[in-house]
Design a protein around this ligand. Structure first.
Ligand code: ASN
Ligand code: ZN
Ligand code: CA
Length: 339
């Protein structure tokens, strides 16, 4: 019979981490029965055909990893299990974050875990949630290394949470809010992991990027050369990974306020679009307010103006209509030109 076991693994980005596994023929396998049976498998560098992507026909079947002694990986990508260690840890940490902090049982809210597959395609510089499973590329080692860092894992799986809550449409302003939701919770998962090798910060993808410090910067989104710091009419015409900048900037300023500080060893500097100074109410309250807004007030077509109202309603529910938290939400949206 199958038993659950606790092993450990040498990850690519998060040092040695505990892993929840199961006994299997030949030792152990990366199946986490304590978190709804989520498992991690090897995509063997195959890609999904168009038929697979559109209709689910002829999809390559990932193969399970096995390990004889339940000590996984080497911390370098030449060992195929190392990226799997990060992915399995990322899925477990994201599951725990939503359950512990928000009382949500997994991505779908039904207690089911999800499959993750690593080594997708060849030099594939992306990671994605397809509605059912996580997929991670190995990167090209020029722009990016393997895309299995905890903030990327939390970002992608949070797309699943968004899909099953507000279901923000992935274009226009709602698309920016969808992307920002993933950046916000990917970041809060990274902080929740409390991992010395990859401490929390408001950069997205700082562990994976090779040709720049990170993919995105929540303290000042325009640092990526493309993202918007402040709302303006037409921001919804940007790619959703850039229109997200307004909400990422809001989230950073709400939690941390203005001014220069070092977070997770990296420089951050919040400044407002209207010249105001903000103090920040902390990450935990940011997470509570954003999650309640997402799961209670936002809908598929929510705009930035409506996100302001949604988060104000959430803050009223959580802290009261006259609370400093609600006032901070109002002042912070105004600080990113959402009035
Ligand atoms: N990595 C991209 C993202 O999550 C892929 C996608 O699903 N658009 O934004
Ligand atoms: Zn995304
Ligand atoms: Ca990060």
């Amino acid at each position: 019979h199958i038993e659950t076991a606790t092993g450990d693994g040498k990850s690519l980005y998060s040092g040695t981490v505990p892993l929840q596994t199961s006994t299997a023929t030949g030792g152990y396998t990366l199946t986490d029965a304590t978190r709804g049976g989520g498992y991690t498998a090897d995509a063997n560098n195959k890609t999904d055909s168009i038929l697979c992507q559109l209709f689910g026909f002829g999809c390559p079947v990932p193969t399970r990893f096995t390990d004889a002694d339940n000590h996984w990986g080497t911390g370098v990508n030449t060992d195929r299990a190392s990226a799997a260690v990060d992915a399995h840890y990322g899925a477990a940490t994201t599951y725990d974050y939503y359950k512990t902090v928000h009382g949500r049982n997994g991505i779908f809210g039904d207690g089911k875990g999800v499959p993750s597959r690593v080594h997708y395609g060849s030099n594939y510089v992306n990671a994605f949630w397809d509605g059912k499973q996580m997929t991670y590329g190995d990167g090209d080692n020029v722009v990016a290394g393997p895309l299995v860092s905890i903030d990327v894992a939390g970002h992608e799986m949070s797309h699943g949470v968004t899909e099953h809550t507000a279901n923000l449409t992935y274009s226009g302003e709602s698309g920016g809010l969808n992307e920002a939701t993933s950046d916000i919770f990917g970041t809060l998962v990274e902080f929740y992991s409390n991992n010395a090798s990859d401490p929390g910060d408001y950069y997205i993808g700082e562990e994976i990027m090779k040709d720049r410090p990170a993919l995105r910067f929540m303290d000042k989104p325009s640092k990526d050369g493309n993202s918007a710091d402040c709302w303006s009419s037409g921001v919804g015409n940007l790619d959703v990974h850039y229109s997200s900048g307004v909400a990422n900037h809001f989230a950073y300023l709400l939690a941390e306020g203005t001014g220069a500080k070092t977070i997770g060893g990296l420089p951050h500097n919040g400044s407002t679009c209207n010249g105001t100074t903000l103090n920040g109410i902390g990450r935990d309250k940011l997470g509570k307010i954003w999650f309640r807004a997402l799961s209670t007030y936002m809908t598929s077509g929510t705009t930035y103006a409506q996100a302001r109202t949604a988060t104000l309603n959430a803050a009223t529910d959580l802290y009261g209509a006259s609370s400093p938290e609600r006032a901070a939400v109002a002042a912070t949206w105004s600080a990113v030109s959402v009035n």
